[in-house]
Design a binder for this molecule. Structure first.
Ligand code: MN
Length: 297
């Protein structure tokens, strides 16, 4: 069964003691299996305090982040690659210490709008660096999820097929593709086909909707997405991600363009997302089972 997760930015912009306790406590109270903590700057996360909160709440944790211009693994600049690798290494250590299973997000390039295309040398450098990070992560059974995002947030991975290609080049079994319905809705020709074609390479999944608000309030055909996920045999985490200007601050709101207040009550939003996701998964599993039945006698 897929573990259901909730992105920490539903509750808070950062990870201070108050924010950490609130994010973990509320996520557990709603019955989610894990919280996805934003690790843009891992040095701001108090590992011992977070461990205590997770233990008290009885849930797990994953981390997501995007690198920045100074830590860009795709930059071709040895110094930036060194810093990027060090940052990811810190996140691997932190994830290991907290018993986490997944690190995901834009961990192969900067998380920004690029003004020029990616280069062959830049991608090769990112592949090499991620191979080294993957080795360290594998020692603690941690999966790296390369999040495929829209063209305004990276110039490296915009489609699921590109994600699979990069995983193949890295060639480590713990490097997988992280898909997100919001980004797929912008870039994929056919979301269902993209999910099926990615298949065993899917390692992490973000749900939400086209406006990044309540599930079902945008234009994405979510029943079709969940049916494809079930058909693909994906068993990993499914995490709900949503942003509102009521919570998110800089630098995230600037990079993601979070200008609108789509919701104020994160509790109501997250409770709905959990019900919606469980209902969609149930329907998708039932549809899958019905569809496979043969002759009655
Ligand atoms: Mn996402």
């Amino acid at each position: 069964m897929n573990k259901l997760g909730l992105h920490g930015n539903v509750w808070a912009a950062g990870w201070s003691h108050d924010e950490c306790a609130r994010a973990i406590g509320n996520t557990a109270e709603l019955g989610f299996d894990l919280v996805e903590a934003p690790a843009l700057d891992p040095s701001l996360i108090d590992v011992a305090f977070t461990a205590k909160q997770l233990e008290k709440a009885g849930i797990g944790i994953t981390f997501s982040l995007g690198l920045d211009a100074e830590t860009d693994l795709s930059s071709g600049d040895p110094e930036k690659i060194r810093r990027g690798e060090a940052r990811l290494g810190d996140v691997v250590s932190m994830t290991r210490d907290l018993g986490g299973t997944h690190i995901c997000g834009i961990i192969y390039s900067a998380f920004q709008k690029y003004m020029v295309p990616a280069t062959k040398e830049g991608i090769a450098g990112s592949v090499d660096a991620l191979r080294r990070v993957a080795e360290k992560a594998a020692a603690s059974d941690i999966v790296l999820g390369l999040e495929v995002v829209n063209r305004y947030e990276t110039n490296v991975l915009n489609t699921a097929a590109q994600g699979v290609d990069m995983c193949k080049r890295i060639g480590a079994p713990n490097v997988k593709v992280h898909l997100d319905v919001y980004h797929m809705n912008i870039e994929e020709a056919d979301m269902e086909a993209a999910i099926i074609d990615t298949g065993d390479y899917i390692g992490y999944f973000h749900t939400g909707d086209s406006n990044r608000g309540y599930m079902g309030t945008g234009s994405i055909d979510l029943p079709r997405v969940f049916k494809a996920l079930v058909r693909s045999g994906y068993q990993g985490p499914i995490t709900f991600e949503s942003f509102s200007s009521a919570v998110v601050g800089q630098p995230l709101e600037g990079i993601l363009g979070i200008w609108r207040n789509l919701w104020e009550d994160g509790y109501d939003l997250a409770r709905h997302a959990k019900m919606y996701t469980e209902s969609q998964l149930k329907s998708a599993h039932e549809a899958h089972n019905c569809g496979r039945k043969g002759l009655p006698f």
